[in-house]
Design a protein around this ligand. Structure first.
Ligand code: 13P
Length: 248
């Protein structure tokens, strides 16, 4: 495990044509067309993006995965096996927007993690506290509760993304001290409770931009970034990926 991992989370953005243009720009640039860079495209465009990425080095990620594991009557769902089938290497699990708008519980998230792992797709478990929880001093406890499902997973490679809810899409970035404290906390928790996952990667997400990427990525225990808004522009995403590429 070496090098930082940067994944662009496009969320519910792009259209067929703009997704194609964005991927074309990323493929044309050695700063982004390399190992350790990924894009999480909307489900409806995954197959299109997968075809375009063929022969390149950028990894494909999904923004979610179904909690149901077998094919069947689950209208609207996308299974882990389907994601693997179109070539997804990663699946985001438990993004705060999904926790907030779709009331995803730890129980559902554990099923999603297990389904992704069983299909050979690396889950990226997203955790993060709200502003209220941070200001109330409960932030470590909140993250501990969100991490708890990792203790239920016997084996398999996964990634954790720390995304403070108050820093997502707000332009407010957590301070380097806050990031360092939380990333150390997450790594220690995993070491003590999630056994074989001592090599776990912990990404930071929340208003990562071209201007702040290098300082964030150079912070201790930050193994990469999950980038929202700034990943929709090839120019800003490339600067972030370039900063990551300079660091081990
Ligand atoms: P922004 O980078 O737009 O703040 O979004 C972060 C995020 O939620 C990535 O998953």
């Amino acid at each position: 495990m070496s090098g930082k991992l940067v994944i662009g989370n496009w969320k519910m953005n792009t259209r067929s044509e703009s997704a194609q243009a964005l991927v074309a720009a990323l493929l044309a640039d050695p700063a982004t067309n390399r190992d350790g860079v990924g894009v999480a495209a909307p489900a409806v465009y995954l197959a299109q993006v997968a075809r375009q990425l063929e022969g390149g080095r950028i990894a494909l990620a999904s923004q979610d995965v179904s909690r149901y594991d077998a094919d069947g009557a689950f209208t609207g769902e996308t299974s882990a096996a389907m994601l693997a089938d179109v070539g997804c290497r990663y699946a985001l699990v438990g993004h705060s927007e999904r926790r907030q708008y779709f009331a995803e519980s730890n129980e559902a998230l554990l099923r999603k993690m297990r389904n992704a792992l069983a299909a050979g797709v690396t889950p990226v478990l997203c955790v993060g506290e709200t502003l209220e929880q941070r200001e109330g001093g409960q932030y470590l406890e909140v993250i501990r509760q969100q991490l708890a499902i990792l203790a239920e997973i016997a084996d398999g490679e996964y990634v954790v993304a720390y995304e403070p809810v108050w820093a997502i899409g707000t332009g407010k970035v957590a301070s380097l001290e806050q990031i360092a404290e939380m990333h150390a906390f997450i790594k220690n928790w995993c070491l003590q409770n999630a056994g074989s996952s001592a090599n776990i990667r912990v990404l930071y997400g929340g208003s990562v931009k071209a201007e702040n990427a290098e300082a964030i990525l150079a912070t201790k225990n930050v193994d990469g970034a999950l980038v929202g808004g700034a990943s929709l522009s090839a120019d800003s995403f490339r600067v972030i990926c370039q900063a990551a590429g300079k660091l081990i």
